[in-house]
Ligand binder design. Structure first.
Ligand SMILES: *Cc1c(COP(=O)(O)O)cnc(C)c1O
Length: 417
């Protein structure tokens, strides 16, 4: 919400730009950090100004260069959404604009409803976040949009699926996959999509490694989606979603759907999330370092079949994708117990620091048993194909001292009979 979009030119590094761009203190009575504007409606300077604002909002006229559209009503937009949307852009390399939503699912749903077409097809990697799978099966398919699943990481299979998809409107990638961290080559999938005559929109759910460690827009994706509930907000105390695109028109299309669906992020939540942005890369770096220490220390433990973490990958294609696509391995790892579900539950019961909860990305360490919780909606065949076993425990590492976490995991492992 500044008069000039880039206060000091566009050349600042992301960590600086996130603090300087998009916020003009003079519009918040001089306060150094943004105020919260809770108003649901905005007062016009004149009836003519109201007429002009509506003409702009409905696309009948376009703003002059440098002109900012007057605010109208908070379901359309409000100052805290504008500030947040401006400030988050520099964190996503390649992004021009962002739109914020009241959950990650709201961002995903709005993106699907913007780009899906009747009788169209969506090629998607499996496994996906459970809510996204449900959206495809229980909502889009009954409306005549066909989902075409491809196992994540199957680089050649994704090419074939995209090439063969008729009336293809969306290619949807979640990488790394949850909870096995299987990685999909974004650039290769984007190239296959670019060669398709229907030119499908390539969307990447970047919740697990973005915005710090993986940059899909630079690899050819059109749209990046986030559950900001996770790393972006980082304290497990709010629910939010973000979509970012290379192209302003894509974001404008999402915003016009957002007005209809009524799923913009509310002012208080925007303000809270905006305050978390300057530390997201600090937090993610510490979380990733902690996770790497723990995963590598637990690797080879006698009670575990395997520890799943990018620096421990053995498959050459997975190693190749990780090295090419990710700056750091991230905060999530999974461990697979020899003793199956019983051992996994015993382990969770004995943890003292790491809490047993779903969700991820917060500054506190969380652990869960995917098969009976986050992935319990999957069929036996889907579970087997996705590597979600009885003994699998997923851990999202926080910013605690890693030595305390390691001691906690070791004592809980020792307690497993
Ligand atoms: C949590 C999550 C979502 C859904 O986000 P909400 O904010 O809970 O709506 C989508 N994708 C991934 C990868 C997630 O982890």
């Amino acid at each position: 919400m500044s008069e000039h979009d880039e206060p000091q030119g566009g050349a600042l590094h992301p960590r600086t730009a996130v603090l300087t761009r998009g916020f003009d203190p003079s519009l918040s009575v001089g306060s150094a950090r943004p105020a919260v504007f809770r108003s649901s409606t905005y007062v016009f300077a004149s009836p003519e100004a109201a007429e002009r604002a509506f003409a702009m909002a409905t696309g009948k006229i376009h703003p002059h260069t440098g002109e900012r559209a007057d605010l109208i009503y908070s379901r359309i937009s409000h100052p805290n959404a504008e500030i947040l949307e401006d400030q988050i852009v520099p964190l996503e390399p390649g992004a021009r604009e962002a739109a914020v939503f009241n959950s990650g699912m709201a961002a995903i749903m709005t993106s699907f409803f913007t780009f899906a077409r009747p009788h169209g097809t969506i090629v998607y990697t499996t496994p996906l976040y459970g809510g996204t799978t449900g959206l495809i099966h229980n909502f889009l398919e009954p409306f005549g949009v066909k989902g075409i699943p491809v196992p994540s990481g199957d680089s050649a299979g994704i090419d074939v699926a995209i090439r063969g998809a008729e009336n293809c409107c969306i290619v949807y990638i979640e990488t790394p996959a949850n909870p096995t961290l299987t990685m999909t080559d974004i650039e290769r999938a984007a190239e296959a999509a670019a060669r398709h005559p229907d030119r499908p929109t390539v969307m990447v759910d970047n919740t697990f490694l973005g915005p710090a460690f993986q940059h899909p827009l630079e690899l050819g994706a059109d749209l990046v989606l986030y559950s900001a509930t996770k790393f972006l907000s980082g304290f497990s105390d709010m629910v939010a979603g973000v979509a970012l695109a290379r192209n302003s028109e894509t974001v404008n299309m999402l915003r016009s759907r957002r007005v209809m669906f009524g799923n913009i992020l509310q002012p208080d939540e925007c303000w809270l999330l905006d305050g978390r942005l300057p530390t997201v890369s600090l937090r993610m770096n510490r979380q990733s370092k902690n996770a790497q220490r723990l995963a590598e220390a637990l690797n080879g433990h006698k009670r575990l079949i395997r520890v799943i973490y990018p620096t421990l990958f053995e498959d050459s294609e997975q190693i190749r994708i990780f090295r090419k696509q990710c700056a750091y391995p991230g905060a999530l790892f999974s461990i697979d117990f020899r003793g199956g579900k019983k051992a996994a539950f015993e382990f969770l019961r004995h943890l003292r620091i790491a809490r047993n909860a779903v969700s991820l990305g917060g500054v506190e360490t969380l652990s869960c048993h995917p098969k009976t919780t986050t992935h319990s909606g999957m069929s036996a065949a889907e579970l087997a194909e996705s590597g979600v076993t009885d003994g699998l425990v997923r851990i999202s590492v926080g910013i605690e001292d890693w030595r305390d976490l390691l001691a906690d995991f070791e004592q809980a492992l020792a307690a497993v009979g």
